[in-house]
Design a protein around this ligand. Sequence first.
Ligand code: SF4
Length: 492
Amino acid sequence: MIVIYIKNHKFHYEIENLCRVFFPYRKIIVKTCKKVIEPLNDYICTEIIEKENKSSLIVRAKINSTDYFQEGNVEKVRENYESECERVLAVLLFNILCKATGILPPWGILTGVRPIKLMRKLLNELGAEKALNYFKEKLLVSDQKAKLSFNIANVQKKILDLSTPKSFSLYVSIPFCPTRCSYCSFVSQSVEKSNKLIPEYLMFLLKELEYTGMIIEKLGLKLETVYIGGGTPTTLNADELKILIEKIYSSFNMKTCREFTVEAGRPDTITREKLKVLKALKVTRLSINPQTLNDKTLEEIGRRHTANQAIEAFNMARECGFKNINMDLIVGLPGEVYNDFVFTLEKVCKLNPENITIHTLAIKRAASLMREENSLKNKQAEIVSNMLDFANTQLYQNNYFPYYLYRQSKMLGNFENIGWAKENFENYYNIHIMEETHSVISCGAGGVTKLKDPYSDYIERVYNFKFAYEYITRFDEIIFRKDKVLMFYDKL
Ligand code: SF4
């Protein structure tokens, strides 16, 4: 266990998150206090002492019986005094933790989910060279990750420039799956138990879509992308998919829609009949997610489909005319060694999908799946790092380039998820949702509507109920909450 003391500042969130990067498996307790009596056990104390013109920032720590100390200053006249205090405190702590653990995290003091958003902001404010230097020198991001962020921000620019103040994306949630994967942290009810809810759920979802369509029309907003996600939307049968998509067409003006994605996540839910429906209704992009092409792992993580089924589903989608397909893979699945990932990625590259998304298993899932000693878990982080290096080389060699990136707070080895695309096959929706560049209006259980003020960074969130049964039984409240979309745009 490590206790973090926070003295005379409010940056406990950043300090705790940074500690978690170095100690992902240790219990961390955060205490805000006025006085610290140095404890015998491991601790970290971060403190700001305010003086007339400048403040002293102090970090003291005891880690594995060794004492550490770092000190810095921030002038009070700076207009960004607060954020500079936060940054400098994080840098001091980072220096201590690197020394104490021998770990050098590639993202430096950045613990946020959206590094590309920050890079874009810096590019706008400082220009290319200074933005890159800021990442490296002030945030201590590695040269490789800084360049990666810079390149992705540049790739995204041409897509983000197409968005106007009236633009929005539509997300439709189908929170059902055939079975639950063991690593899943997503809201998804097992269809085995709850598929009886699907017809009723769909009925209410159609109502929400219709009502939302009326609001959008009133506001004169412009639909840019549609994404049906979940769960696994192809858990619905062909007729249900048809009804759902036709309702989207009848409720929204689709003339401005550049892209229509359906997540057909689990290959065991994909049939030729469903694919034909999706194709006939002009779905432009499919996501077919094998996660791994090792049957043993698939069985272990409860996917209930084989590697061959994933390949067959992909080929079937091609036969049905889909020219834009994504495949999701996960690095760090339990029991997988380096060569398992190499095998999977090489096989997927041979299929030549337009997008490949490489996810890193979230650490809390990894931890509960692995049940191993910390040293073994750290070893696993090293294997994951090697797998990601291989993915990097292999994907560039096969003419994919990274186009969106996000991090989770507890990822194995503190890495990232990266979407790779062939040229001109970047997924617009993924960029908009990650970069928070225009509003995303969500329908269905678990959906979160994010209303973005086009003239500032302000974002307002409107939550739908998480579970399908709540969504059905409290549907009146869903409709009531949708009016917040009207109120938000009326205020602009
Ligand atoms: S398919 Fe995805 S959403 Fe469904 S249970 Fe598996 S991981 Fe969760």
